[in-house]
Unconditional design. Structure first.
Length: 113
């Protein structure tokens, strides 16, 4: 899995590409989230458009990221999640943990409401 970062106003957008699983890639993403919080960023959108598969380790990474942002006074929101990933979140009853939006723009705008 690879990722790039962009900004939509005060919101940091992380664009994910590839399968979201454990291992070195997950550690890199986790480190990026911690670096953002350490730098004062508390509003993050994960663009899931390029993610085809996510296992339990990937789900754990998302839960950890959401918890990290919430504890810092912010939020981690999802955008462009596939039907497969949305179903996984629903089946695991983690829907209340993740706000999910149809687009990055919708997710970014939700921080100002």
């Amino acid at each position: 899995m690879k990722f790039t970062t962009s900004h939509s106003g005060a919101v940091t957008v992380i664009h994910l590409d590839g399968n979201l699983m454990g291992g070195p890639d997950a550690s890199t993403l986790n480190s990026k989230l911690h670096d953002l919080v350490d730098g004062g960023t508390k509003q993050v959108v994960l663009d899931m458009k390029g993610v085809e598969f996510m296992n339990s380790s990937g789900l754990g990474l998302l839960i950890g990221g959401a918890s990290l942002m919430k504890n810092a006074g912010g939020a981690l929101k999802l955008a462009n999640a596939s039907a497969k990933i949305t179903a996984l979140i629903k089946i695991t009853r983690l829907g209340p943990v993740f706000e999910s939006f149809a687009s990055v723009d919708d997710a970014a705008r939700s921080f100002t409401k």
